[in-house]
Design a protein around this ligand. Sequence first.
Ligand SMILES: Cc1ncc(COP(=O)(O)O)c(C=O)c1O
Length: 361
Amino acid sequence: MSNRFLLRDALAQFPPYVPGKPPVSAPGLTPYKLSSNENHLAPLPGVPEAVATASALPANYPDPTSAKLVKAIAAHFDVDPAEVVPGAGASEVLSALTNITLEAGTSVVYPWPSFEMYPILASARGAEKRPVDLLSDGRHDFAGLAAAIDDTTRLVLLCSPNNPTGPSITTDELDGFMAEVPENVIVVLDEAYWEFATAAEVVDGVAAFAEYPNLVIARTFSKAHGLAGLRVGFGIADAEIASALRQVIAPFSVSAGAQAAALESLARGDEVMVRAKEVAATRDQFAQDLRDLGFTVPDTQANYVWIALGPEAAVEFEGACAAQAVAIRRLSGGVRVSIGPDEALDRVRKVAAEFAQAARS
Ligand SMILES: Cc1ncc(COP(=O)(O)O)c(C=O)c1O
């Protein structure tokens, strides 16, 4: 660390957040970005108009409480408005959750690999990080997670479907786990990709929230609703926790345009779910095609597919996709490919087939 400014020494230890790469252009090919789990579908009708109208007076601050949106989310999920906390994406809600629980001397337990923000947020709060390896099929190791909790633990983060591997948590898994967690330890269920889940046994966090006061649900308009660029998500939490979250979330963090877009999209919730299930059908076919070629692809309930690869193969696979003008995400243990337009997925299929062919010869 340089001596020029009085920055925290701990900054040197923060794991970096590596955003999804933009696509590399290749002659004659439309570039595609399948590296950030974005929604590739056109915005829902009515949403761009709602954003434009709400953003017509950029000199004015937005409603600091997002009152209309809070009311609509509460009605949609049948919870009390006092239990709803909007933020600039689920990221802001997750950050606030670490802010109200963690400090030096405390610990946070989470699965790994999972969403890259978890260790970054833990580092930012000076807490001890307790990552617990996933099982070999990409699922959470609940026995390991429970064993990692001790009396320093203030927060547990769960991710369903898990980013980057894909499996969701089942209702039985969550129930079994919650029985092991002290009732004063906050458990966050990050359901950023919830709408894409199709397996019958997938836990519905909002339903589980009704049973466990220490369970907090994080959801977002970034993925199935396709509003990542506007930055709006929300938490559903016990009113006492929700009130603490409001204390630390920056006022006005959800812009007027984002509030209006989320409201409009929520009103079209049925269309959002239909589109999410279409993405899920494409995902299932894509995952199966890769398995048929011999790749190890865990069950996925999200809008992406994880291909387990060794470090060298992962670099080669990423490079071969880039040569096809398709950006994918390489992480430790493999690559993650977001579900995108057919043309983009076909190029990845082609790369995968060439890999499978090379491995056979
Ligand atoms: C598991 C998970 N949680 C939360 C987020 C944050 O999403 P946002 O801040 O856009 O709502 C992401 C984004 O990729 C994610 O993958």
